[in-house]
Design a protein around this ligand. Structure first.
Ligand SMILES: *Cc1c(COP(=O)(O)O)cnc(C)c1O
Length: 341
C-alpha cells in the first residue's frame, strides 16, 4: 500500500505501545470520589510540572478553557483576548454560552496584542462599563501557525495584569511545543498566568484529555464546574495512565516534530505556486499559501497520499507529530513537488 501521511493535525496521533500497556494495567478508582490513584498522580505531576498548587484532568481542552473562563469571571465581566484565539474562533461561543461574559477581541500580530493595548482597555467597571476581569493568552498561537509568544512578552502582560487586579488564563494547548522551542521549562511560561490549560491529546499523543492547572482554590471551583458540565468521570485512571507516560516520554521529542516541520516548510517554500512565511515556522505547524484554491490543492495532495487541511481559501495547514517520520516528510515533499509541477 502507498504511504499515507496525515498532516491534518497533531490530534490524529495514536497512543504509543507504552501508553497502551500503562492503560491496560492502570490502577483505578472512582474519580468522582477523588479515589482514582492514577488520576491523582497525574494531577500532582501536572501541577508540579507547571509550578501550580493543583491540577484537574478534563475531557478536552475546550472544557478546560471554558471552565477557567467561568471560574475567573462573573456574568457581564469583560475578557480581553486576541481576536484569533481558539477561545474566540473555535469554541462555538462557549464563553458567552456558559459564562455570560463579553469577549473584547483585539487585533494581534501572531498572537501578540501590544501590552499598551491591553493597558488602554483595562477598566475596573463602574455604573456604565463592564469590569475587565481576565486576559487570555494562547501559546503556541494556533491560528498564526503555531508561533511562540516570547517569555518576555508573557511577563509584561503578567505584570500589567497584576498591577490592575486582572487574572490571566493561558490557553497552553501546546505549551510544551512553546517551551521546547524557547528552550525553557514550561513552568516559566505558566508562571505568567493564574491558570493554564494544556492538552495531552495533541503532540503528546494521548487518546483523550487535557489538564487545567492553578491554585488550590481555583481547582476546587473548577472541579465543581467540571461536574456541572458533565465532565466528571469514574475509572478515568485508564486515560490518566497514558497522560503520565506522555509527561515522561513525549515532551523532549517535540523538538523532532519542529525540525521536520522546518524541513517540510523549507522545501515547499521554494516551489512555484506555493509560499511559506518561514518566520512563522517555529514549532510543529506549517501554513502554506497557495496560488490555486487551497481546497483544490488539498484534493490533489490527498490523491497522492498526503492529508492536510485548507484553513483559509488560499492557505493550507500542515502539522507534524509523532506518527510523522522522516520518510513521511520526504513523501509529502514529493507530493507537493508533483502538485507544483
Ligand atoms: C485544540 C485546542 C484547544 C481545544 O482542545 P480540544 O481538546 O480540541 O477541545 C484549545 N486551544 C487551542 C489553542 C487548541 O489548539
Amino acid at each position: 500500500m502507498a504511504l499515507l501521511v496525515d498532516l491534518r493535525s497533531d490530534t490524529v496521533t495514536t497512543p504509543t505501545p507504552e501508553m497502551r500497556r500503562a492503560m491496560a494495567n492502570a490502577e483505578v478508582g472512582d474519580d468522582v470520589y477523588a479515589e482514582d490513584p492514577t488520576v491523582n498522580r497525574l494531577q500532582e505531576r501536572a501541577a508540579a510540572l507547571l509550578g501550580k498548587e493543583a491540577a484537574l484532568f478534563v475531557p478536552s481542552g475546550t472544557m478546560g478553557n471554558e471552565i477557567a473562563v467561568k471560574v475567573h469571571t462573573h456574568p457581564g465581566d469583560e475578557v480581553l483576548i486576541d481576536e484569533d484565539a481558539h477561545i474566540v474562533k473555535w469554541e462555538l461561543g462557549a464563553a458567552a454560552f456558559i459564562s455570560n461574559v463579553q469577549l473584547h477581541t483585539l487585533p494581534n500580530q501572531r498572537g501578540i496584542v501590544p501590552v499598551g493595548e491591553y493597558a488602554r482597555r483595562i477598566h475596573p467597571g463602574d455604573d456604565h462599563t463592564p469590569s475587565t476581569r481576565l486576559i487570555c493568552l494562547e501559546n503556541t498561537h494556533n491560528a498564526s501557525g503555531g508561533v511562540v509568544l516570547p517569555l518576555e512578552y508573557m511577563r509584561e502582560v503578567w505584570c500589567l495584569a497584576r498591577q490592575n487586579n486582572v487574572e490571566v488564563h493561558l490557553d497552553g494547548a501546546r505549551i510544551f511545543n512553546a517551551a521546547v522551542a524557547l528552550g525553557v521549562p514550561a513552568k516559566e511560561l505558566a508562571d505568567c498566568a493564574h491558570s493554564v490549560m494544556f492538552c495531552l491529546s495533541k503532540g503528546l499523543a494521548c487518546p483523550v484529555g487535557s489538564m487545567l492547572c492553578g491554585s488550590r482554590a481555583f481547582i476546587e471551583e473548577a472541579r465543581r464546574l467540571r461536574k456541572i458540565l458533565g465532565g466528571a468521570m469514574r475509572q478515568v485512571g485508564i486515560l490518566a495512565a497514558a497522560g503520565l507516560v506522555a509527561l515522561d516520554t513525549m515532551i523532549e521529542r517535540l523538538a523532532e516534530d519542529h525540525a521536520r516541520a522546518r524541513r517540510l516548510a523549507e522545501a515547499i517554500a521554494g516551489m512555484p505556486g506555493f509560499g511559506v512565511d518561514m518566520a512563522t515556522v517555529q514549532t510543529n505547524m506549517v501554513y502554506v499559501q497557495t496560488e490555486a484554491p487551497a481546497r483544490r490543492v488539498v484534493q490533489q495532495l490527498e490523491m497522492l497520499g498526503v492529508l492536510c487541511l485548507d484553513v483559509f481559501p488560499h492557505t493550507i495547514r500542515l502539522v507534524t507529530h509523532k506518527d510523522v517520520g522522516d520518510e513521511h516528510i520526504t513523501h509529502a515533499i514529493d507530493a507537493f513537488a508533483k502538485v507544483a509541477g
